[in-house]
Design a protein around this ligand. Structure first.
Ligand SMILES: Cc1cc2nc3c(=O)[nH]c(=O)nc-3n(C[C@H](O)[C@H](O)[C@H](O)COP(=O)(O)OP(=O)(O)OC[C@H]3O[C@@H](n4cnc5c(N)ncnc54)[C@H](O)[C@@H]3O)c2cc1C
Length: 369
């Protein structure tokens, strides 16, 4: 099969890219005949969910998909540092979404725009000439490819851009006993390389944590402890209604473009390392980068050769500074003894967005050294 745009992965990045690319292909009066085809290994869009489902306010508040799938608003963040009295951050706003519905709504928009979306089809290999081989045996050649296939992207690997730093996570869902509008954050040496969270979603609480991959064995007992600690306050139930987890890229932005034979390749979302390495938030960046990638490939196919370079520049402008700061703070936490669980309270706070110290100016060259 010969395609114009092949999109691998239909999470927020891939579906957002598909909407824009397909809209371009079908623009009234501009029948390009361009074919946009998406391949997703999951049988059902957005299922199973691997997410704590919080979107900070940075995603366009007018975004239809977000407002349709928002379960509740968030207004504040409360940070617990070890077992001290918690600190309140006011005006920390965002939405708790139904992530399955969110992903499915984006896919429905892509289909409505004319993108062909195939499910239950896994990309197995990527040739250096750009040939894509899928689990159902089909071989595909495309003029352009968008790798939106998440943290362990095969497309990224093919162009030499790999998320080598990741955090492993585990999350459970339980009953939230009374309405709550804050995201609770737990900073502790018990969670080396990550943090604990409790996010309220209507009558559900998502409780989870992340750690360095080498400390993955801590996930289960540490999550049990965190759940027990929160349940002891009466805020949430003791029963567990579901578990999830997954990898979060924390190494910062990768080069988001490359070439395979005659095929132009772009990466978006987690595949491009756009998730914030400190907070783990990546939905908004996935949507924004997906839209930009769709736009860039449409422009590229229309003859604008510099569209690819502009895409890389746009990502740098949008996410470069915040990702660089977060990567640096992770490095500093590592150097201060995070893997050994040796961080002081001051160091724990300096590595979290609620505290002024996190936002102190930095010089990448001298501070990272
Ligand atoms: C436990 C957990 C909690 C999180 N909580 C939050 C949160 O509260 N807020 C937030 O903003 N971010 C959160 N994140 C991060 C967020 O989920 C990601 O940043 C976001 O999903 C990135 O979107 P994406 O489209 O780039 O990748 P994904 O959502 O990972 O989508 C990639 C898609 O590609 C498909 N795919 C992968 N490989 C192949 C293949 N070989 N063939 C075909 N299809 C393939 C996958 O099935 C998937 O559907 C969390 C992550 C985890 C693991």
């Amino acid at each position: 099969m010969q395609l114009d745009v092949a999109i691998i992965g239909l999470g927020p990045a891939g579906a957002s890219a598909a909407i824009i690319a397909a809209q371009y292909a079908n623009k009234a009066g501009q029948k390009t005949g361009m074919r946009v085809v998406c391949f997703e290994k999951k049988a059902v869009p957005g299922h199973p969910v691997q997410c704590a489902e919080f979107i900070p306010a940075m995603l366009d508040a007018g975004d239809l998909v977000m407002s349709e799938t928002s379960v509740q608003r968030i207004h504040e963040m409360i940070t617990y540092v070890e077992s001290d009295t918690p600190d309140l951050t006011k005006n920390f706003s965002g939405h708790m979404i139904d992530r399955r519905a969110f992903d499915a709504a984006l896919v429905a928009k892509a289909q409505a725009a004319g993108a062909k979306c195939t499910f239950g089809v896994k990309l197995k290999s990527v040739g250096q000439d750009g040939t894509l081989v899928f689990s159902d045996g089909q071989k595909v050649q495309a003029k352009t490819i968008i790798g939106a296939d998440g943290p362990h992207s095969l497309i990224g690997k093919a162009i030499g851009c790999v998320n080598s730093d990741i955090v492993e996570t585990r999350q459970l869902s339980t009953v939230l006993r009374k309405p709550y509008t804050a995201t609770d954050i737990y900073l502790s040496n018990e969670f080396p390389g990550g943090y604990g969270w409790m996010f309220p979603k209507g009558d559900v609480a998502n409780i989870g944590l992340g750690v360095y991959p080498a400390q993955k064995h801590l996930l289960k007992p540490a999550l049990e402890n965190l759940h027990a600690r929160i349940a002891a306050t009466g805020q949430v139930g003791t029963e567990v209604t579901g578990y999830t987890g997954g990898a979060i890229p924390v190494g910062g932005m990768l080069k988001p473009c490359g070439v395979l034979g005659g095929t132009q390749v772009l990466l978006a979302g987690d595949a491009a390392g756009l998730t914030n390495p400190i907070t783990g938030a990546g939905i908004a960046a996935a949507v924004m980068s997906g839209r930009l990638a769709g736009e860039a490939l449409a422009a590229y196919l229309a003859g604008e050769a510099d569209a690819i370079e502009i895409y890389a520049e746009d990502l740098q402008d949008l996410f470069g500074a915040s990702l660089a700061r977060a990567v640096l703070r992770r490095k500093q936490l590592f150097a201060a003894g995070a893997p050994q669980g040796k961080l002081s309270k001051l160091e724990l706070c300096g590595g979290w967005i609620a505290y002024e110290d996190y936002w102190r100016p930095f010089d990448l060259k001298t501070d990272a050294a």
